[in-house]
Design a protein around this ligand. Structure first.
Ligand SMILES: [Zn+2]
Length: 411
């Protein structure tokens, strides 16, 4: 029995009907609806004979033993945000079931094949994304902080996890799951507009962007809007506005997919009759290359000093958050490129703006690659999230082709 990509689409619709409502998907991690989705998945995998295991972090694993204990991993997340879409995360889990079926029907594979449904990728209930994958990757280092987290009803994170059989203190024991991993494959909707603009169904993901997030504080002098001549002003907002525009040529100069966003400016005193004394500006810069990311930041800092001089104000920078770029495996990127070309004729390589479970797995040293399938209108995390059925079917084929190539190369 061969691969049946149309079955994946039908099963995704079945999952949507089972775990969504008129507002969208409701598979928020650690809730009853999430448990319903995990039960449903268990039922789908049963016919392949793959053995189920829930690890110490709540990740759901299905293992099809192969000639070697080394394992090819296929992963996604069945959890969603509240009022979410039908494809984000669940596409790869359900496509992975179809690939497992195809492999199981052909007899014992060269490598062990494992499907993983990561626990709480979205962090929708407690504000902590990539819970299960970061535990398995060994990069989870915020247990103290997690212990304090509560949901909007006041339920503490450790209590919600305990209800699902997970002990927060033991979550890092899930690390043992990646010990035998030879490669990790993840198919995901793009959640952006790039593939649709190129009119391509599929692309290979090169890695996830590194991010630099800063607060830039500008200090001038509050002064009366009527009595202060234009050339005597120390206007903090004027300097912030210059930087908000300057990040465009900076992104263009650095290139390579660089993106910069001035996401907000808070002005004080913030009244119509005063020059702005303080402007607190939020800046987010992203690049796939660590050196180029550093250059984006350096150029913006340099420009800010120039604008501070021009407007006679002071400027200071404070880092809010940062993460380094995480690059996927070159060999697997090549295989993924070939797979997409075989299935749909043309491939495209692109970075991922959002983080994914795959980034955690790659960070743990497991050779990793992701496939993106086109998102309609670039929308995600809403019930309007959608992808053409023919593109979903192509994506299942591409994942299956990639799995076949990876098994041949690693086996
Ligand atoms: Zn996702």
């Amino acid at each position: 029995m061969g691969l049946r990509p149309a079955r994946t689409v039908a099963e995704l619709e079945e999952l949507r009907d089972l775990t969504g409502d008129e507002n969208g998907a409701q598979r928020v991690a650690w809730t009853d609806t999430w448990e319903t989705a995990r039960d449903w998945l268990r039922g789908k995998v049963a016919e392949t004979g793959a053995a189920e295991q829930i690890d110490e972090a709540g990740n759901q694993w299905f293992t099809l033993p192969g000639a070697s204990e080394r394992a090819l991993l296929i992963g996604g997340h069945i959890d969603s945000v509240p009022n979410g879409g039908w494809l984000d995360g669940s596409l790869n889990v359900v496509a992975g079931v179809e690939v497992l079926r195809r492999i199981a029907a052909e007899g014992r594979p060269a490598l062990t094949v494992r499907l993983v449904n990561w626990a709480d990728e979205e962090g929708a209930r407690f504000g902590r994304s990539l819970f299960g994958s970061s535990a398995a990757a060994g990069s989870m280092a915020d247990q103290e902080e997690l212990r304090q987290r509560r949901d909007s009803d006041g339920v503490a994170l450790p209590d919600a996890l305990r209800e699902r059989g997970v002990d927060l203190d033991g979550a890092l024991e899930a690390r043992s799951q990646l010990a035998s991993a030879a490669a990790y494959l993840e198919l995901h909707i793009e959640q952006g507009p790039v593939l649709e603009a190129l009119d391509l169904p599929l692309g290979v993901v090169l890695g996830t962007f590194g991010v630099e997030r800063h607060q830039v504080t500008w200090k001038g002098q509050a002064a009366h809007a009527g009595s202060t001549p234009m050339d005597k002003r120390r206007d903090a907002l004027a300097a912030a506005a210059k930087l908000a525009l300057e990040i465009r040529p900076i992104a263009a100069e650095v290139g390579g997919g660089a993106v910069c966003t001035s996401g907000g400016v808070v002005c004080r005193p913030g009244i119509v009759t005063s020059v702005v004394e303080t402007a607190e500006q939020l800046l987010d810069q992203r690049h796939l290359d660590a050196g180029e990311l550093a250059r984006l930041l350096a150029l913006a800092k340099e420009a800010s000093k120039r604008f501070a001089r021009e407007e006679d104000v002071e400027v200071s920078w404070e880092r809010i958050w940062s993460i380094e770029p995480i690059l996927f495996d070159e060999g697997l990127v090549e295989l993924a490129d070939e797979s997409i070309r075989e299935v749909s004729g043309t491939s495209h390589r692109l970075p991922s703006g959002p983080l994914h479970d795959a980034a955690e797995v790659a960070r743990a040293g497991v050779p990793t690659v992701m496939l993106f399938v086109q998102s309609l209108r670039g929308l995600s995390h809403t019930r309007l999230e959608d992808t053409k059925k023919e593109h979903l079917e192509l994506s299942v084929q591409a994942l299956d082709t990639l799995a076949t190539k990876a098994l041949a190369q690693l086996g």
